[in-house]
Structures are given as C-alpha cells and as structure tokens.
Design a protein around this ligand. Sequence first.
Ligand SMILES: NC(=O)c1ccc[n+]([C@@H]2O[C@H](COP(=O)([O-])OP(=O)(O)OC[C@H]3O[C@@H](n4cnc5c(N)ncnc54)[C@H](O)[C@@H]3O)[C@@H](O)[C@H]2O)c1
Length: 257
Amino acid sequence: MPGRLEGKVAVITGAGSGIGRASAELFAREGAAVAVLDVNGDAAAEVSDGIRAAGQRAMALTTDVTVDAQVRAAVTAVIAEFGDISVLYNNAGIGSTGAVDVAEEDDWDRCFDINVKGTYLCSRAVVPSMMQASKGSIINQASVAALVGIPNFAAYCAAKGAVASLTRSMSVDLAPRGIRVNAIAPGTVYTPLMEPMLTARGGGDLQKGLAITIAKYPIGRLGDVVDIAKAALYLSSDEAAFVTGSVLSIDGGMTTI
Ligand SMILES: NC(=O)c1ccc[n+]([C@@H]2O[C@H](COP(=O)([O-])OP(=O)(O)OC[C@H]3O[C@@H](n4cnc5c(N)ncnc54)[C@H](O)[C@@H]3O)[C@@H](O)[C@H]2O)c1
C-alpha cells in the first residue's frame, strides 16, 4: 500500500530531537523524502542516518533557522537532491521562562528569533518552490501557549501567539497559489525543550513540575512526540486538502478547562 506522503518532499526544521525527529521518522515511513534540518548538525545526521538505514530517503542539513543565508542554502540543497518541496514543517523552537517583569531581554529576543523569525525566513525561502508546483503544505509549530495564558511564560506565550497569527496571515495570502498553511498547538510533551520549564514550574523540582502539569490535562497524561507527529502527517497529506488557516490543538483537552 502506498504511504500517505508518497512522492512528497518534506523539510522539517529542528528535526534532530523531540517532535521534529518523530515527525521526520514518521514522514519517511509514509513515503516522503525528508530533509532533516537542525542547528545541531550531529543530531540531524543521526536522525537522517537512521531513516536511511531503514531504507527510506533523508538528508541532513546543519541549519540555524534564524540565519537567512543558511536557510536559503539548505533549501537550494534540498531542491537539488529531491526536487520541489511539497511540505515545510516549521518546528524548530525554544522555550523561555519568566513573567513579564522578570523576563530577560536577551531571552525574549532569542525566543522570538527562533520561534517567529525562523518560521518567516524558512517560509520565505520555500514558498517559491511550492508556487512553482502550485501546491504545498506549510505547518507552523505553535503551542497551547498561543491559546491560553500560562504562568511565567511571557515570551513563549507571545511568540507562539505570533506564530498562530502569522499562520492565518500566510494562509490567506497563499491559498490562491495552492499552498495550505496551518499551525499545530501541542499541549505539553516531555522533551529536552520542556525540561527547564517543567523544573521551573515545580520550583526547581522536575517531578513536582510534572505532577502539577499532568493535573491540567483532562486526559490524564502528557502528550507523546508521536501524538504531534501524527497531526503533522495529516496536515501534510492530501487528506487535509480543504484545511487551511487552522490552529489545531493536540492537547488532551488542556485548553477546554
Ligand atoms: N514539548 C512540548 O511540550 C511542546 C509543546 C508545544 C509546542 N512545542 C514546540 O514544538 C517544537 C519542538 O519542540 P520539542 O519539544 O520537540 O523540542 P526539542 O528541544 O526536543 O527539539 C527542538 C530542536 O530544535 C532545534 N533548534 C533549536 N534552535 C534552532 C535553530 N535556531 N535552528 C534550527 N534548529 C534549532 C534544537 O537543536 C532541537 O533539536 C518547538 O517549536 C516547541 O516550541 C513543544
């Protein structure tokens, strides 16, 4: 049976770890040729090597999404290797803790640079390839932090809110060109990114932070990287042909209470 992404070329940023890694592995199993981009080149190479060892197609590119020249070079290399890009998953992101009165300016800027500007730069670089083919799917990684106020995450909430707004703006501009743009708003998934945030929530105690967080999830557990990867797979696939401009919550009911 053909995979759900057969014939597609997918670029995933921040794919050396966590949700991005799980998505790269799932997309490749579903037939896509996957470009694994990460600022951590060793992590990207490990993911790409693993996919290729399983007999699927992947390439690794050391790319900082905040550096336009690196982003453009990566996109050029992907098109040369695999052809026009059909899917861009703007997944790379970092966390940031602190209420607005204590948030450090450097952390604030870094949070916006990677989460928001990185999404803009990667989209700007990839869109011409999608326009060429008059089709494509862009998925931006937002968060439940875009939808509800989360204590002590001022910069992160603001940056992910900007990602959700950018998604709606991009969707109206690009729909006439055959390009769909959606965001995913994941609830908490235990990954390296979340560990400092969970530890801060527990007042320095990770286990306490985890317990406080799980209590906010009606479904009774945190998310798994594969829960989010499956949503990205759907939005990437032709099954989502009429879906654009949406911010899809994958959060075990967290934002309903
Ligand atoms: N884990 C969660 O609970 C959660 C919830 C909601 C949203 N998210 C979002 O999901 C995305 C992935 O998070 P994760 O939890 O898998 O994190 P992670 O830390 O496991 O992975 C993030 C990856 O992004 C890479 N990265 C960081 N800065 C980069 C840059 N400038 N250029 C390229 N790559 C860069 C890192 O090297 C890392 O491999 C992020 O955008 C995050 O904000 C995560």
